[in-house]
Design a binder for this molecule. Sequence first.
Ligand SMILES: C[S@@+](CC[C@H](N)C(=O)[O-])C[C@H]1O[C@@H](n2cnc3c(N)ncnc32)[C@H](O)[C@@H]1O
Length: 360
Amino acid sequence: MRLPILNGENYAEWLELFELTLGCINLDLAINEEKPKDLTDESTPDQRDYYAKWHRSNNMSLRLIKANMSRTIRRSIPNKPTAREYLDAIKKQYVSTDSSTVSTLIAILGAINLVQKVMDIALFSPSSLFSGDDDGTPEEETVGTHQSYEERSHKFPGMDLLIREFSFHQLNANLLWPGTFSFAEWLLQHCSWLEGRRIIELGSGTGALAIFMQKSFGVDITTSDFDDEEIEENIAHNCRVNGITPVLPHIRHTWGDTFPKIEPDWDLVIASDILLYVKQYPNLIKTLSFLLKSYKPKYEKAGIDLALPQPAFLMSWRRRIGKEDEELFFSGCENAGLAAEHIGSRVYCISPRQTSRVDK
Ligand SMILES: C[S@@+](CC[C@H](N)C(=O)[O-])C[C@H]1O[C@@H](n2cnc3c(N)ncnc32)[C@H](O)[C@@H]1O
């Protein structure tokens, strides 16, 4: 049995498989039973036996957990002496404390159709459950270095695109998310809204949507994502294999951090499927507020379609997370002076409050 790599999205699935694996190989003692007291001269043979078994289980469980999580996630979890405490620390990180556990689990279950996909491309799973087992190799060197890449052809409206995905990224930038295809359809139907606008995409992931838009509509589009070289390189690769050279401009930026451009001049910000991270909403809203409120148009242009305010943020959000979590994003926008409007097909238009959308 192979475990998927814990990637920040698949916590529930990963935990279930982890516990099942430990049970199957009879190593679940440290997960299910209390840590035994330290041995003394008076300890009985049974106590000594239990002590040895518990510590072996604890040691192997810790190694198994660490061998099956991405290196970046692993760095974010403080070391703990017991596997149980380590699992609790992971849970704390990945199950939102801002919202009810139930709604978070619903969100995770909602993504379950992706888990199979994640597992399909999880060629990187350590070849044995305990990579680096007892060979003296430091775990840091052997864990999380098995990144692998797979290029697949994806059908977009009017074209096939070759998109390279990779095996893991803690924020899921490695995968092309299915919501992209319906947003691409929607954008095709509303392409007049894009005319003459300079566009930036947040959370571009593989870059597929931006590549589609550039090829389909010839728009001036910049990709952006978490400050990470791997994502940038993958987007550049995807540009090249789809004939976009030079590659699309890309901005490495983690939401909430100071934006690398002092005067943002994008008339339109777009994003697809970026509301998974409830704890990131304040940072995302901070970045959006900056892009929309500090906007200075690069060119004075006439004739931009007024169906959309300028600037505006167009966001497609098709995944279902708990209503309460979703509401946190929209109320956060409201509090930041941004008006959000659902304009159909789960596409939202968000803009500074005074420039709300003019209906056609
Ligand atoms: C679910 S993926 C969607 C990727 C792509 N839009 C798609 O639909 O295929 C979410 C994207 O948001 C990005 N993201 C998440 N948190 C971020 C943060 N704090 N700062 C910048 N980007 C972030 C991830 O790196 C990832 O590319």
